[in-house]
Design a protein around this ligand. Structure first.
Ligand SMILES: [Zn+2]
Length: 333
């Protein structure tokens, strides 16, 4: 082949460089595998998830589940092009009856879970902790804008399953999600415990929509003998799914493995482009003013019932900050 061949196109896009070996924690790294029409995002959480989970001293299994939810919220919410809010919450009948991740774009994350300690047992996985119910995703673009809410049933699966179901039913975008949370113990005289979390979202976005057709997950309540709906998936998406399936939990949370190296490991044969990482931080948006406004929105009778020992004390469920008011300040008559 000669360099004059008219079939050779020189790329005018971003220059090729080696993947950085420097791990970047607390960020979402967008990427693209152009040859396969794949787009994705990789989240790595270090100090951010450690701060969120340590503040509440969650039992390990609950911390792991909430960490998975936080990663999922950053993978989904970071695609929004405005500075609003992405809220992911579950309401279920399992030992963790409620959890919420509030991702205030562009970078603030807070989260908490409610659980029944008496129902926790060793060895329960995230799906068991959730049980059955639903997962809701809310996009809030501010007081003058419409809120968007998407729901997906949780029927005994984990959050990865719920995300797959959501994208299949609602968005109809072929999507795979991987989530991982782990505890890291650092040796020494006083062993130090740290939470870490990571995840990846991969989507198939071909220009021709017919290439994105997907088979139904299962025939559901169809009468016996019904032939399951089968669609031959596009080769590029088959390859994308098999690549993301090889990602191990430890690779998603390994503090020594950079996100770029992980992406290179997966997609180097096809070529992968990474974009600027989006940094994240653990920060609550509560304030004394906001709590005061909330108190004033309550019925006078409810406000009066909150007075204990001559004061009204409100604890933020997200960050455990405590706000104290005199009955007068709290608007109690
Ligand atoms: Zn707070």
């Amino acid at each position: 082949m000669t360099s004059q061949s008219p079939d050779i196109r020189t790329s005018t896009e971003a220059p090729v460089r080696a993947p950085s070996a420097v791990p970047v924690d607390d960020a979402v790294l967008p990427f693209e595998v152009g040859a396969l029409d794949l787009r994705g995002r990789l989240t790595r959480l270090g100090p951010v998830i450690d701060e969120i989970l340590t503040k509440h001293d969650y039992p390990p299994s609950v911390g792991k589940l909430l960490g998975e939810a936080a990663v999922l919220a950053t993978l989904l919410g970071s695609s929004l092009k405005f500075d609003g809010r992405f809220i992911l919450q579950t309401q279920t009948d399992g030992p963790v009856s409620f959890l919420i991740v509030d991702f205030q774009l562009p970078d603030r994350v807070r989260a908490y879970a409610r659980y029944d300690a008496s129902r926790l047992k060793p060895g329960q996985d995230s799906a068991t902790l959730l049980g059955k119910g639903h997962l809701a995703m809310t996009i809030d673009q501010g007081p003058d804008m419409n809120r968007y809410q998407g729901f997906v049933a949780l029927e005994g699966g984990n959050l990865e399953d719920a995300a797959h179901e959501y994208f299949l039913r609602s968005e109809q975008i072929p999507t795979r999600v991987r989530l991982a949370v782990g505890e890291e113990w650092r040796g020494g005289n006083s062993p130090k415990h740290r939470w870490r979390a990571g995840g990846m979202l991969l989507q198939f976005l071909p220009k021709a929509p017919e290439r994105a057709l997907q088979a139904d997950l299962h025939p559901g309540d169809a009468p016996e003998g019904t032939v399951a709906h089968t669609v031959a998936e596009d080769d590029a998406w088959v390859e994308g799914q098999s690549l993301i399936a090889t990602v191990e939990d430890v690779e998603l949370i390994d503090p020594e493995l950079s996100g770029e190296r992980l992406l290179y490991r997966l997609f180097h044969e096809r070529g992968v482009r990474v974009f600027a990482p989006l940094p994240l931080r653990a920060q609550c948006s509560c304030s004394r003013d906001a709590v005061s406004t909330m108190l004033k929105s309550f019925e006078p009778k409810d406000r009066a019932e909150m007075v204990k020992d001559g004061k009204v004390v409100v604890t933020c469920e997200f960050c455990s900050s405590v706000y104290e008011f005199t009955p007068d300040e709290a608007g109690v008559e």
